[in-house]
Design a protein around this ligand. Structure first.
Ligand SMILES: [Zn+2]
Length: 237
């Protein structure tokens, strides 16, 4: 009886802590290393999640092409299935296509096996563009031990970011927020979203991207893909 009580008192919170929090400890360590690599080498990584968006993504691709910059698109399998030609265009124009699951399940809210299954379903539906060990970004930044293990098995780098543009906040921040943060940090990995939303959010993403590319030019930063920076991170591990 005492043993059962002890187990209930101590084991359950310990399991919960490792289930949700162990991946977060790895996240903090990895973010720190990515931040150091970007600052040390003067690197800017532009990343766009949840797309492609039939309205915003083509405008973004035009802008990146005009500026000769390559970015990383963390695509959803479900959106890629709706518009594979647009994902082809992303890849054909030299950008990195990476995985953001199939259905955008939040691993902390979904049943455990469904969260992990959504990771694999994403890689399956994006197989034409994303290798088995291509970068992965968890929806809402949430992982459990099970989704973490699924990525570990693939040896897929996890696409943590170091600067949040704020483009999904209820109230948009000033458009220069991301560039100010990147300038203070000497570069970084910037989180945006290219799913279609209200027109002012499209303008925000495009203008903020343009300001970051201006700053990269002024400061001599190189604009690279997430996979390139993750590979450097792994070499220095
Ligand atoms: Zn997302």
């Amino acid at each position: 009886m005492i043993t059962a009580t002890l187990v209930a008192t101590f084991a359950a919170p310990a399991v919960a802590a490792s289930w949700y929090l162990a991946p977060m400890v790895g996240r903090r360590r990895q973010e720190h290393r990515l931040r150091a690599i970007c600052a040390g080498s003067g690197t800017l990584v532009l990343t766009y999640d949840d797309g492609p968006g039939p309205e915003l993504t083509p405008r973004l691709l035009d802008l990146l092409d005009a500026r000769g910059a390559r970015a990383t698109f963390f695509v959803l399998g479900v959106r890629a299935a709706e518009d594979p030609a647009l994902v082809d265009r992303i890849a054909d124009e030299g950008h990195e296509v990476a995985c953001h699951t199939h259905d955008h399940l939040n691993a902390w809210r979904a049943l455990p096996w469904r969260g992990a299954a959504d990771v694999d379903a994403g890689y399956r539906s994006l197989a034409r563009w994303v290798p088995d060990d291509g970068p992965f970004r968890p929806p809402h930044g949430k992982m459990t031990l099970l989704t973490w293990a699924a990525l570990r098995r693939r040896r897929a780098p996890i696409g943590w970011w170091t600067i949040n543009s704020g483009d999904v906040q209820a109230e948009l921040p000033p458009v220069a927020t991301a560039v100010e943060k990147a300038t203070r940090a000497g570069g970084g990995i910037v989180l945006f979203h290219d799913a279609d939303r209200e027109p002012e959010r499209h303008d925000f993403v495009l203008q903020s991207t343009e300001l970051l590319l201006d700053a990269a030019q002024e400061n001599g930063w190189s604009v690279r893909t997430f996979g390139e920076v993750a590979a450097e991170c792994a070499r220095h591990a």
